[in-house]
Design a protein around this ligand. Structure first.
Ligand code: SAH
Ligand code: DHB
Ligand code: MG
Length: 220
């Protein structure tokens, strides 16, 4: 692994085709000042999310895991006209996110619901179906969030899950880590699932070696 090189490439991409705007930089600074972990998507990954939002013409987005609002701001920016609901377990993170999302000028498009995501799901029944769901919260629950989202994402919509590769431990059938086991379970679940066409894209960069699972919901 050549982490320095991967980070240098992310920096170059960031200086050229994926520039962070003031709203995003402000969100990173506010999160850092408040002591939040710097585990938001990288700028190149964030641009991928924006492209996906635009490609599906999303107007209704659901996000699991707000942190400081970085990915929410990105996706809200890519929304032509629509709404994003984002779920965050920690009230103190949600407060930081609220301020950054408002400061970025997308406050009117973004609703943050505070509390464990599993508990928020019953309250979301009226909000769907969604065009895009981004799963990026507690990794042990990724398969649960995916199963819920699958019934509530429109045909032609996307479900994207972050952090499924986990330094390559995804390939380890004997992995003890519960978060990794959950990603293996998700893949095994999708092997039997005719309603989606999915792939896992491995990524390197400032966030280390990881990857996204991207699933297109097929018309039934
Ligand atoms: N999507 C964000 C990063 C999210 S990091 C971005 O790219 O900018 C993961 C977040 O999930 C953290 O903020 C963490 O507090 C939150 N989280 C963890 N467990 C959760 C749960 N059970 N329900 C909702 N959010 C949870
Ligand atoms: C963690 C969470 C993330 O969503 C991520 O992209 C990287 C790390 C974490 O909880 O450590
Ligand atoms: Mg993540």
């Amino acid at each position: 692994m050549d982490q320095e090189l991967f980070s240098a490439v992310d920096a170059f991409v960031g200086e050229t085709i994926v520039k962070e705007d003031e709203g995003l930089r402000g969100a990173v600074e506010a999160a850092e000042a408040a002591g939040l972990p710097a585990i938001q998507v990288s700028p190149p990954q964030g641009r991928l999310l924006q492209l996906l939002v635009r490609l599906v013409g999303a107007t209704r987005i659901l996000e699991f895991g707000t942190l400081g609002g970085y990915s929410a701001i990105l996706m809200a920016r890519a929304l032509e006209d629509g709404r994003l609901i984002t779920l965050e377990a920690k009230p103190e993170y949600a407060e930081v996110a609220r301020r950054s999302i408002d400061a970025a000028g997308v406050g009117g498009k973004v609703e943050i619901r505070v509390g464990p995501a599993l508990e928020a799901l019953p309250g979301l029944e009226e909000e769907g179906p969604f065009d895009l769901v981004f799963i990026d919260a507690d990794k042990v629950n990724t398969p649960n969030y995916f199963a819920w989202a699958l019934d509530r994402t429109r045909p032609g919509g996307l479900i994207v899950a972050d952090n499924v590769v986990r330094d390559g431990t995804l390939a380890d059938a004997g992995a003890a880590d519960e978060s990794t086991r959950a990603q293996r379970r998700l893949h095994e679940m999708l092997a039997e699932e005719a309603r989606v066409s999915a792939t896992t894209v491995q990524t390197v960069g400032v966030k280390g070696y990881d990857g996204f699972l991207i699933a297109l919901v097929e018309p039934v």
